[in-house]
Each structure stands twice: as C-alpha cells, then as structure tokens.
Write a protein that binds this ligand. Structure first.
Ligand code: SAM
Length: 258
C-alpha cells in the first residue's frame, strides 16, 4: 500500500525507467546513491550497472523487503533513515568517491533535500531527480522567463540544472495529481562571486517576495537606490529581470552594510 505521508507514487512505466537510467549512464565504479528506492523500480536496473548501490529509505516495511534483498544481493547496501538528515559527507568518505545521487523524490521533501545536498560538504558529481514539473520549470528558468524566481536564482548560484524530460501521472501508482519531470543538477561554483551566502539568500527572498515591486522598493530595508545603481543595476527593474550575477552584486553590496 502506498503511504501518502512518505510521498509514495511508485513508477511502473518501463520506458520512463529506461530513460532515467540512460540519462544517468551509471558506470561500474560510481558511488551511486538512490534516495527512496520504494519497491525498487529504479533500484533493479541501476543495480544491474554498478558494483555497489547504496539506497536510503525511510519506510520500515520497504526497508525490511530491501534488507531481505540485500542478503541475496550483497552489492545492494541499505541505509535505513531520513534522507533529509543523512550525513552525505560520511557516505562519500566511506565510498571513497564523489557521490552520484538519483531518486524519484517524494514531493514533500524535494526542496529541503535539494538545498541540504547543495549546501552539504559532501563531494557530489551530479544528481538526477524526478520532481514536480512545475518545480523543475522554476529551477531551470532564466531572467525574463515566466517561471523565473527565487528558486531559479538559488539553484543558479549552486548548480547547473537541465530539465531532461516530462513524465505524465499515468507512469505512477497511484498517479500523482501533477505532471513530473526529470532534472539533472551538477553542483558548481558560479562564475560570479557571492561574499555571504545567507545575505544573498535574504536579498533574493526580499526581491521575489514582492515581485511586482521595483528593486528600489522591494530591497529598501537592505539597500538604497544609490547602492543599487552603484552595482550598475537600474533600481526601477523588477526582480524577474535581474540575472543571478546581478543579484550577487546586490548581495555583496548589502553584505558590506552588515
Ligand atoms: N523509487 C521508487 C519508485 O520510483 O517507484 C519510489 C518513489 S516514491 C515517489 C518515494 C520514496 O521515497 C518512497 O519509497 C518513500 O518511502 C521514500 N521516502 C519518503 N520520504 C523519505 C525520506 N525522508 N528519506 C528517505 N526516503 C523517503
């Protein structure tokens, strides 16, 4: 039975599973981690490609079945617990390699998990996640796009994000209410400098909380119009037109006030 509180929508469509595995292109020695293996829709084809697969699952009924499986299949390593509070740096140290993460993520934990992973000290090569399409659209949007917002800028400051393909509700049991999409995230240092990450996050929150307002008004508690202009940004612009690099300049100016 699917448990709603664990965001369980199990993938059953073979074609979708194959496309995800092809996109990941797992190599035998990869330190591959699957978050939320469930009944193993992705686990089985991944296990066929790698020497060792670590899976993190929170639901004790599913863990019992996975552990029984791991006795027969020693390449499967089951980590029982909450993916939100795992020590990924310790897992990478134990694996002796940068992590590759994959998961058909429960929608209720996807944003906090992504930010925890992007902020973690663990070396991460890449991540392939199935998320709500609406979230993926916001992650990959650029300034001027309708979906551009706080999430787009926060992701751009930490990773390159590519939307790979959409997946309709019919690919899952039970079907979710919304369309999903698979995204590839590759952590990277952006080509702009952020002096103070919390201030950067505060500036983008303030700018997009009042997205119909101009920067001059939305940021008035953080920066004066002169400070904004000194960053070579028009204080009359709205946040939706401001690039991640320009937000970094604004945040660095704001950081100097604190
Ligand atoms: N990978 C399977 C599939 O594609 O059919 C299951 C996907 S289902 C959307 C999400 C899975 O994540 C479930 O197995 C659920 O129990 C597990 N899960 C939910 N919250 C979790 C958490 N905080 N940490 C680890 N696993 C979690």
């Amino acid at each position: 039975m699917a448990r709603k509180r664990f965001g369980q929508n199990f993938l059953h469509e073979r074609g979708v599973i194959d496309r995800i595995v092809t996109a990941i292109d797992p190599q035998a020695d990869d330190a591959l981690i699957e978050i939320g293996p469930g009944h193993g829709a992705l686990t089985d084809p991944l296990l066929a490609r790698v020497n060792r697969l670590r899976v993190i699952e929170i639901d004790y009924d599913l863990i019992a079945a996975l552990e029984a499986r791991a006795i027969r299949e020693p390449r499967l390593h089951v980590i029982a617990g909450d993916a939100l509070t795992m020590d990924y740096a310790a897992i990478a140290a134990e694996a002796g390699a940068a992590l590759r993460l994959v998961g058909n993520l429960p929608y209720n934990i996807s944003s906090p998990l992504l930010f925890a992973l992007l902020a973690s000290a663990a070396p991460i090569t890449d991540m392939h996640f199935m998320l709500q399409k609406e979230v993926v659209d916001r992650m990959v949007a650029r300034e001027g796009d309708a979906d551009y917002g706080r999430l787009s800028v926060a992701i751009a400051a930490r990773a390159s994000a590519t939307a790979l393909f959409d997946v309709g509700p019919g690919a899952f049991t039970p079907p979710p209410k919304v369309t999903s999409a698979v995204v590839r995230l590759v952590p990277r240092t952006p080509d702009f400098v952020i002096d103070d990450q919390p201030v950067f996050d505060r500036v983008i929150a303030a700018a997009f909380n009042q997205r119909r307002k101009t920067l001059r008004n939305a940021l008035k508690n953080l920066l004066g119009a002169d400070d904004i202009a000194a960053c070579e940004i028009d204080p009359g612009l709205r946040a939706e037109r401001v690039s991640p690099a320009a937000f970094a300049r604004l945040a660095n100016a704001a950081a100097r006030h604190f």
